[in-house]
Design a protein around this ligand. Structure first.
Ligand code: PAP
Length: 349
């Protein structure tokens, strides 16, 4: 595939004045790709091993443009995660906390636009078709809320060096992988046969999946959050399920938008929990009937929305293998995953 075809494939069309620059950039990109290890995901898409992570070909250029050109502001807030760890939920919660005084809850833009259009992704959205997007006009609400799946080590330096905040959401690998397996089927080209869960798990255990290796990603953000607790907040999907109210308070405090006593008394935290719940977001028109968000059918973002679903899909042999891998990878890190979950005190779904 030549540079023009690559550009076409990822929808980058150079403007005439940029043509020389684009040709050089295409050459550089082409050269870079040839030096990198390459694998196919279990759903038939190319992954390139770039800076220690498996970058999907579809967003590879966008990742590089983001790394090259993005300049963080001190007021920025970044929602970070591996795919299928609860990004949609965290985007909704973050937007609702930060913007709660801008509009009445029932008129929140969250209800018409959904979390992904309010907290836009660098690689799947802003930089996908444009190496230098107009961020001033793309981020309507202030402070800017933005998101990425790329690992901590590969974030642009200005994100790490500024006073911006990073919130990271992780989820136990068993539920993440089950969720990912169901989700990725929509991207499988027709000529690629569906993989079995066992085949997919084999690749996952080898840690070949988008933005993986899983444990490197999680531990990268975990360690950074231990070193810089005022900069990076590390959250776990299962903990939010068990007690959404205490985690909303923690998140609001971390972001610099703490709830006042008055707000607590008037049930503002419960209102946010409810508006951002799986049941509420799933039923929004933008998700039920919307077309595509960053190439994704919006209704596929909401499957079950529960912890511990892995029990219904994984064989004892796969569970055993993953448990050993978890034990080995998290050894001495101080991080643990919840593979089972207490029922929430109050269910806002
Ligand atoms: P993304 O990486 O494509 O943005 P992400 O939102 O991180 O996906 O993860 C999707 C998972 O979060 C789905 O899990 P499941 O397959 O096990 O069901 C989805 O159902 C779940 N999810 C989405 N919104 C919510 C929510 N408001 N509360 C709880 N879980 C949610």
């Amino acid at each position: 595939m030549d540079a023009t075809e690559i550009a076409k494939d990822i929808n980058i069309v150079p403007t005439p004045q940029d043509e020389d620059h684009e040709v050089n950039w295409e050459d550089e990109f082409q050269e870079l790709m040839q030096t990198l290890p390459k694998e196919k995901s279990w759903y038939g898409r190319d992954l390139y091993f770039y800076q220690g992570f498996w970058c999907p070909f579809s967003v590879f250029k966008a990742v590089i443009s983001f790394q090259k050109h993005f300049q963080a502001l001190d007021s920025d807030i970044f929602v970070t995660s591996l795919p299928k760890c609860g990004t949609t939920w965290l985007k909704a919660l973050t937007f609702s906390i930060v913007n709660r005084n801008q509009f009445a809850m029932e008129q929140s833009p969250l209800l018409s636009l959904g979390p992904h259009q309010l907290v836009r992704s660098f690689e799947y959205d802003l930089y996908l078709n444009n190496p230098c997007p107009d961020l001033e006009n793309s981020c309507v609400y202030q402070p800017r809320l933005l998101s990425t799946h790329i690992p901590y080590a590969s974030l642009p330096p200005s994100i790490k060096d500024s006073n911006s905040k990073i919130v990271y959401m992780c989820r136990n690998p068993m539920d993440t992988f089950v969720s990912l397996w169901f989700f990725t089927d929509q991207f499988r080209p027709e000529n690629v046969k569906p993989s079995s869960l066992d085949e997919a798990f084999d690749m996952l255990c080898q840690q070949i999946h988008a933005f993986g290796p899983f444990f490197d990603h999680v531990l990268g953000y975990w360690k950074a959050s231990q070193e810089k607790p005022n900069k990076i907040l590390f959250l776990q999907y299962e903990d939010l399920h068990e007690n959404i109210i205490s985690h909303l308070k923690k998140l609001a405090m971390f972001l610099g938008f703490p709830f006042s006593e008055e707000e607590e008394k008037h049930g503002v935290i419960e209102e946010i929990a409810k508006i951002c719940s799986f049941g509420n977001l799933k039923e929004l028109d933008v998700h039920k009937n919307g077309t595509h968000i960053s190439g994704i059918r919006p209704n596929t973002l909401f499957r079950k929305g529960k912890p511990e679903d892995w029990i219904n899909y994984l064989t004892p042999a796969v569970v055993e293998r993953l448990k050993k891998l978890i034990q080995h990878k998290l050894d001495k890190s101080g991080l643990t995953f919840k593979l089972s979950c207490k029922s929430p005190e109050q269910d806002y779904a």
